[in-house]
Design a protein around this ligand. Sequence first.
Ligand code: MF3
Ligand code: CO
Length: 237
Amino acid sequence: MRVPCKIVAETLELLRQKIQPGVTTSALDQIAEKHASKSNAVPAFKGYSGYPFSLCCSVNDQVVHGFPTTEELRPGDIVSIDFGVVYDGFYGDAAITLAVGSVSNDALMLIKVTEEALYKGIEKATARNNLSDISAAVQAHAEKSGFSVVREFVGHGIGRSLHESPQVPNFGKPGRGVKLKPGMVLAIEPMINQKGPGVKVLSDGWTAVTLDGGLSAHFEHTVAITENGPEILTVFS
Ligand code: MF3
Ligand code: CO
């Protein structure tokens, strides 16, 4: 799984370098597809339950599963980019949220806190912890900072399929759920809203947006639980 995960991380790094006002998210989708195929990997989302693109690009109040479009990104936008590939039968999945040009302090804070919340969760992904220790750590960090946690979408086990059990919520009391064991691999992916936690899915059947129009950020890593603690597989090296 280190191989597909590295390809995903490299792709996100490539996209990070391309982000600037004037770039379209469909151009980003093309770049991701090219990098996957150059790496002998297959984009994991295209065709998954009928999802029509390789990348999910969720701008501003879009939470997850936004479609790449030919609209140009504008200064002040934030964009969440989610990508997965399959390589030799194994999946990798990761997401980042990026600022386009200069953005509001609140947007910057939302991005920072969401990434920190992911790492707070990852710290709890150790053998003999319970699954919900991850969830509780993510929630505590997000809410302490005045933001709110999306309930309708969750992280997941990952391996020979993109989505495996268990589900990994970003909220809940600690000490619940399965015991974590070496060899398990989880995609931990907090989606954090600037205002209220509510979301709805648009009539395209995919794009999730905040109910109140507030901003939303999303960070994701694929993480292996080892005897030596969590190993983040979707790292760029
Ligand atoms: N990282 C997201 C997830 O795990 C992206 C899935 S997009 C889909 O749910 F198209 F594959 F559903
Ligand atoms: Co995922």
